[in-house]
Design a binder for this molecule. Structure first.
Ligand SMILES: [Zn+2]
Length: 419
């Protein structure tokens, strides 16, 4: 009995304190679709309790919600959903197996790499930065790179600039990798850069009339942690005051525009933790300062996330729409149409609140509401939940191909209307 008590006490300590590495063996992602307001309300409450990792959040009746539960948590979650009368299906049968397969594929791809940069596997932070450096060295008339800050753990953050014209040209600011586990985001952002640089002769007119300011991985500490320790890590890696030792802030709840008003958490252990104050996270301050630096010329801001295949515009903090929402909507529809034509992937277009859920403190809201960048968009890339965040690297190139076409619609529009 004494030893049993010891084991129980040990398990409780393990669950309650520190940050034990999660065991995903037998973990599943369940998909549940709320059919009425009370089910939706309950799921919102469950999200805020911070027991489960919600891969997508409850936003509206009829919209499916993906919830990860460990093998230990599964029976309780299934019972809870059944009690609510919520229909659910097992969307990913064994997250542990999926992670193992993706790790093996990643290691194999790394072993067979022909060059320092490719789009057959996901790349580490240093590799991506070194590649950007090499572009700036090779094409000094077209690209440049600059150290613009340091992450919480001391990684150098860089701004990559692409364009052959003057600084006064209209600009598009692009960032990726805000959420660590969304690996497809930096992969697609670098794919777009590569296309523009490789085919610089074809795109010479665009590149002479529009400047691109790009930061492919704006949460470098979290991104690296998702490679080395916890594949499904989302937040930054800053220390919090959490008694349980929970680390990190949700960078996309940390921006100073209607901060903490809705859809964010004040619990440092939550994946939606907004931070102790707006812009508590140094990485978000670094990006903020770069946007402010060029804001007079910036016409578009594109931030890349995953997953769900959505093209979203402000606002996230309210269900009201910006006055010029029709302009944003029509350009986004054109981009989604161009994207669709490549591999027939459907992207839904709408405001964050209307398509997703109310969430304040996002970078897209801030870019429009504070920096005054008119065309501010969040892209949620592939897929629709089949692999979720663990998207196979074989989908990088097709994702890049289709996203590039959507991106070009925005870029050409900015050239045609502002240069
Ligand atoms: Zn995200």
């Amino acid at each position: 009995m004494r030893s049993l008590a010891f084991v129980v006490a040990f398990l409780l300590v393990g669950v309650s304190y520190g940050e034990p590495r999660k065991d995903y063996a037998g973990a599943q992602v369940l998909r549940a679709t709320p059919e009425n307001e009370s089910q939706l309300h309950y799921l919102r409450g469950l999200l805020m309790k911070n027991v489960y990792d919600f891969w997508t959040e409850p936003g509206a009746v009829g919209r499916p919600v993906d919830i990860l539960a460990t093998a230990f948590q599964l029976p309780v979650l299934k019972k809870t959903l059944a009690r609510l009368g919520l229909d659910f299906s097992v969307h990913i049968g064994n997250v542990g197996d999926l992670l193992k397969e993706s790790r093996i594929a990643q290691e194999r791809a790394e072993a067979h790499r022909q060059s320092s940069m490719d789009w057959n596997s996901y790349h580490r932070y240093d590799g991506i930065m070194a590649w950007l450096e090499s572009l700036a060295t090779e094409y000094p008339d077209l690209c440049s790179i600059e150290d613009v800050g340091t992450s919480y753990e001391g990684r150098t953050m860089k701004l990559f600039r692409l364009g052959s014209g003057p600084d006064t040209n209209p600009g598009i600011f692009v960032d990726g990798g805000l959420h660590a586990r969304e690996w497809i985001s930096p992969a697609v952002v670098t794919y777009i850069i590569n296309e523009l640089v490789r085919d610089r002769v074809i795109y010479s007119d665009l590149l002479s009339k529009v400047n691109f300011y790009v930061m492919p991985v704006i949460n470098p500490d979290g991104y690296e942690y998702s490679f080395t320790d916890e594949r499904l890590w989302r937040k930054t890696r800053s220390d919090t005051d959490s008694a349980r030792g929970c680390k990190g802030v949700d960078g996309n709840r940390n921006w100073a525009f209607h901060w903490m008003e809705v859809g964010a958490s004040d619990d440092p252990c939550s994946n939606l933790y907004a931070g102790p104050e707006a812009f508590s996270e140094v990485e978000m301050r670094v990006v903020r300062d770069q946007i402010l630096r060029f804001k007079d010329n910036l016409k578009a801001y594109l931030t890349f996330h995953s997953y769900s295949q959505l093209l979203l515009y402000p606002w996230g903090y309210t269900s009201d729409l910006p006055e010029d929402w029709r302009d944003l909507d029509s350009l986004a529809q054109d981009a989604a149409d161009a994207l669709f034509r490549v591999h027939h992937k459907h992207y839904k277009v709408g405001s964050v609140t209307h398509v997703l859920y109310e969430a304040a403190g996002g970078s897209d809201d801030w870019a429009k509401g504070v920096a005054g960048v008119k065309y501010s968009y969040t892209l949620e890339l592939r897929d629709k939940g089949h692999y979720g965040f663990v998207l196979p690297a074989t989908e990088i190139i097709p994702s890049g191909e289709e996203t590039f076409e959507g991106f070009m619609v925005v870029a050409n529009f900015i050239r045609d209307h502002y240069s």
